[in-house]
Design a protein around this ligand. Sequence first.
Ligand code: B12
Length: 352
Amino acid sequence: MAEGADFSSRIVEAGATGYAAGAAHLLLERHPETAARFGETAFGKWKEHLALRSRQLAAALLVAEPALFVADVTWSRTSFESRDVPLADLLASLECLRDTLAAELPEGSRELPRRYLEASLEALAAAPPPAPPEPAGRTPGETLALRLLEATLAGDRRRAKALVLEAIGESLSVRAAYTEVLAVTQRMAGDLWHAGALSVPQEHFVTATVRDVMAVLADRAPRAEPRGLGALLAVAPGNGHELAARALADLLEIDGWRTVYLGGNLPASDLAVALGQFEADLLGLSIALSTQLRGARRAIRLARAAKPEVKILVGGGVFFLAPGLWRHLGADAGAASLDEAVAVAARLCPAR
Ligand code: B12
């Protein structure tokens, strides 16, 4: 990692709230039309948004990956547009953050944040408006995922569960139910929420239903020969997305591992303790957002200190944006999908 990027990252992270307040003030001063549109809430909302933006910038600097910041910014474009906030506001907010950081960051830490912000402005100017989500239903898994989503949105949990269980009785393998149906249902729900077409409670109910279906599937699945190995699955500190780690625990168990899934909200120091208590050979850590990278890196350091021989596998949404990221975190490998994760786990820890 470039030393300059690490230094800038620390400074931006430490001062995120203050820089955000300065940038929000500048935005509302330069753009009275934006101030008028948001009314009384304008300063508070923009300060909150720009504090998150600053932490995203710090995260990209931490791993010296401008692409990560560009992806976070372009993701916001859809969110803004689906909530009737014009693109011009997003562009103006980035310019104000750039100018505030240029004026306030100490010398030696200014250049990289400026470059990352310029890159995001260029990407927004160059990119066409985001395409609507791909039509779903092209594969049998997607068709079933759509039907599952439909049943869940109708509030019919029983039908949702029955749809998957019936398919398992016919041609669908349990593994494919996880990777080609349940993960797809989750992603569809997320895309619809992102586009403003699904409410937060609807999205929560989809997740709860998928978790219920997983519980039934995990108990029904046939097991491979025991490998004599243990895997601990957890989410990175601050990551509220639990289902991928849970699904990976189930799939590794089907593949002959003894697995322990720890759920969310576990401090990094407790995770390190759990490695010894559960005699884990592998730690799988799920990281969804760029802002969770710093906590993940710390968790990995503590895990290594507690149990140097443990193999560490990382994955999650953020790895789609920068596939080599696992190296920056000190992990042993990364995987983009659940199927790949099962194969990589077997490679990292040969069966006893
Ligand atoms: C359910 C969900 C939630 C639920 C989670 C509930 C729970 N208890 O799990 C709740 C409502 C809490 C939530 C909150 C938020 N979410 Co959310 N969420 C989702 C959703 C719809 C599904 C996630 C999921 O379960 N997927 C199914 C699993 C199986 O797939 P996966 O997570 O993508 O993981 C795959 C790989 O990454 C990999 N993998 C994942 N982990 C691991 C680990 C290892 C070791 C390995 C090897 C592999 C691996 O394998 C999986 C299969 O391919 C996604 C939509 C999407 N497109 O994914 C959004 C999504 C991830 N969320 C998003 C956002 C923005 C948020 C919030 C910031 C929203 C907000 N404003 O509050 C918060 C952040 C919370 C936090 N602190 O982390 C965005 C992230 C965008 C981005 N910038 O990257 C997404 C993509 C939605 C979207 N389309 O915009 N979310």
